[in-house]
Design a protein around this ligand. Structure first.
Ligand SMILES: NC(=O)C1=CN([C@@H]2O[C@H](COP(=O)(O)OP(=O)(O)OC[C@H]3O[C@@H](n4cnc5c(N)ncnc54)[C@H](O)[C@@H]3O)[C@@H](O)[C@H]2O)C=CC1
Ligand SMILES: O=C(O)C(=O)COP(=O)(O)O
Length: 528
């Protein structure tokens, strides 16, 4: 396994990966896109911070790539959509740098309240201008926090310790949570109109790009002070320069920029009362160690096929949920694979129904595992849990999830029903004793088969001699039958047969079975 490290990531994390058997950690900092495309060709994992751009071209070049690990929070430098399409897991380290970013925000806020960097420059230039640097106190002032996630919340609690009044704006902030934090939940307009200090802590999205622009500045009090330690682009830099120049904004502090590194000719470099740091929010020893360890552990788990928790492009599944749902998810993949191989043809829609006790669990992940099994027939190893829904929508396959609280015969079951080349087929599975997978129904025929290994599946007329004929043909080809299941609706009608065999059945034998009079369809299945 090759783990390619493209940004400066703490050795404490990298050593964890380097210590793994069969894993080589290759550190190459400051690569151009072309160099990165070359290095990533044989990499299983790519680790980055905010500097390296993980573009579609880089992801396409990484043919073996399983995972991109971001040692930090923001993944706006990674084309997550393209990674998802390619089936590459993107993980981040969401908790490790929260305190570092919150403390940096506070350092910035105090610096603009008391002109610390400007006063420092003045003193080192030989001046002693006490009158020019009369600041303001935080006590009693109103702080508007835009984005009350992990960092926004830590900033808000620190501001309360400074006896500030805090307004929090975040679509997910509840009155109850605001009450617990001792802050006021407001809308954006009130936060902008009434705040003396404003700090942004959202990701950069299409909704937050230039959230603080000309119109927002117009709403603000004259003399407001603003901090951005989240993402460049949330504040419109050109509009900020104007507001600093005309005095609407008394001071601002930016750690992040629309373009990084900040261009040499950026007007921000000469703006009045503006302090700048080069994206240092997460740059503490503690934060860097924490994010590196977190990302290394996650990547190690992913490469070893073990559960992981911080995927950005997969629904979250806790280790606890995985313990309970693991066998159900595995069953989903097996039933999907059975369906895909037993009824190959043009798929137009698939319905995944969970019934009985399992409906009490969050089974949102289940349709991904079913799709992975179902689409493996068409995409082989290219399909995984990450890209299965994308590949399904690419081929126009509509997927629906249904919960059915009343169980049929079984305490819990999973039913996959799909339209294949115009015909509807259904396969039902369950777990015996909570962990042994079984296929218990195929198109309303009751059976009981373990979805495992090599199988021969037929649709045929219920007539004497069928089982014997097929058994003899397999025997003559040297294929041993381990178990056999037959099902029929009525005597002499249509029937199914599912044989578990000990080895692959040669294609010519499968074809010969298909030609036996009365056999309507035969398929050879290979389940893992
Ligand atoms: N300067 C630096 O070095 C660092 C920057 N960051 C950045 O800080 C930001 C926040 O990080 P966390 O608190 O860890 O993330 P988080 O995901 O915990 O919080 C983000 C919050 O923003 C809210 N939000 C999203 N869209 C919104 C909108 N339109 N209006 C209002 N609220 C909105 C979300 O509901 C969420 O509560 C991210 O952009 C992250 O990349 C994080 C660490 C270090
Ligand atoms: O975690 C984040 O979102 C950050 O912005 C930190 O970026 P960095 O890892 O210091 O390049």
């Amino acid at each position: 396994m090759k783990v390619l490290v493209a940004d400066d990531i703490s050795l404490l994390g990298l050593q964890k990966l380097d210590n793994l058997a069969d894993t080589e950690v290759v550190v190459r900092l400051g690569m151009t896109e072309a160099e990165l495309m070359e290095e990533v060709k044989d990499a299983d994992a790519l680790l980055v911070r905010s500097q390296t751009k993980v573009t579609p071209a880089v992801l396409d070049a990484g043919r073996k790539l399983h995972v991109v690990g971001r040692a930090g929070v923001g993944v706006d430098n990674i084309d997550v959509g393209h990674a998802t399409k390619r089936g590459v897991i993107v993980i981040n380290a969401p908790d490790g740098n929260t305190i570092a970013a919150a403390e940096h925000t506070f350092a910035m806020m105090m610096s603009i309240a008391r002109y610390i960097p400007l006063a420092h420059q003045s003193v080192t230039a030989g001046e002693w201008k006490r009158k020019d640097f009369v600041g303001v106190e935080l006590l009693g002032k109103t702080l508007g926090v835009i984005g009350m996630g992990r960092i926004g919340t830590e900033v808000a609690t620190r501001a309360r310790a400074f006896k500030m009044k805090v307004f929090g704006y975040d679509p997910f902030l509840t009155e109850e949570r605001a009450g617990e934090l001792g802050i006021v939940k407001t809308d954006l307009e009130r936060a902008l109109r009434e705040a003396d200090f404003i700090t942004v802590h959202t990701p950069l999205t299409k909704d937050t790009r230039h959230l603080i622009g000309t119109e927002a500045f117009e709403l603000m009090k004259t003399g407001v002070r603003i901090v951005n330690c989240a993402r460049g682009g949330i504040i419109d830099e050109a509009a900020l320069c104007v507001a600093l120049e005309n005095g609407k904004v008394a001071g601002a502090a930016l750690d992040v920029f629309e373009s990084e590194p900040l261009p040499a000719n950026s007007p921000l470099r000469n703006a009045k009362n503006l302090i700048l740091t080069p994206h240092l929010g997460a740059s503490t020893l503690e934060a860097q160690e924490q994010v590196a360890i977190s990302v290394a552990e996650e990547v190690a788990n992913i490469l070893a096929g073990k559960p992981f928790k911080n995927a950005v492009n997969l629904p979250a599944l806790s280790a606890e949920q995985l313990t309970v749902l693991g066998p159900v998810l595995e069953l989903g993949e097996q039933v999907g694979a059975f369906m895909g191989q037993a009824f190959s043809g043009d798929l137009s829609d698939v319905q995944v129904t969970v019934g009985g006790e399992w409906t009490k669990q969050d089974t949102g992940f289940l349709s991904r595992t079913v799709l992975k099994g179902l689409l493996a027939q068409r995409y082989a190893d290219e399909v995984n849990y990450v890209n299965a829904p994308t590949l399904a929508s690419q081929i126009g396959l509509a997927v629906s999830d249904v919960q059915q609280s009343r169980s049929r015969v079984y305490t819990s079951f999973l039913s996959v029903s799909a339209s294949v080349s115009g015909a509807r087929h259904t396969v039902v599975g369950t777990l015996y004793n909570g962990s042994n997978p079984r296929i218990v129904e195929i198109d309303n025929y009751r059976i009981d088969a373990e979805p495992h290994g090599t199988m021969i599946f037929t649709y045929h007329s219920d007539q004497p001699g069928m089982i014997g004929k097929i058994g003899t043909m397999l025997g003559e080809a040297g294929v041993n039958i381990a178990s056999m299941q037959v099902g029929r609706m009525e005597t002499g009608g249509e029937a199914i047969m599912l044989l578990c065999v000990d080895r692959m059945v040669p294609d010519d034998v499968v074809d010969a079975i298909g030609e036996v009079p009365g056999v309507r369809r035969v398929r050879s299945l290979q389940l893992s």
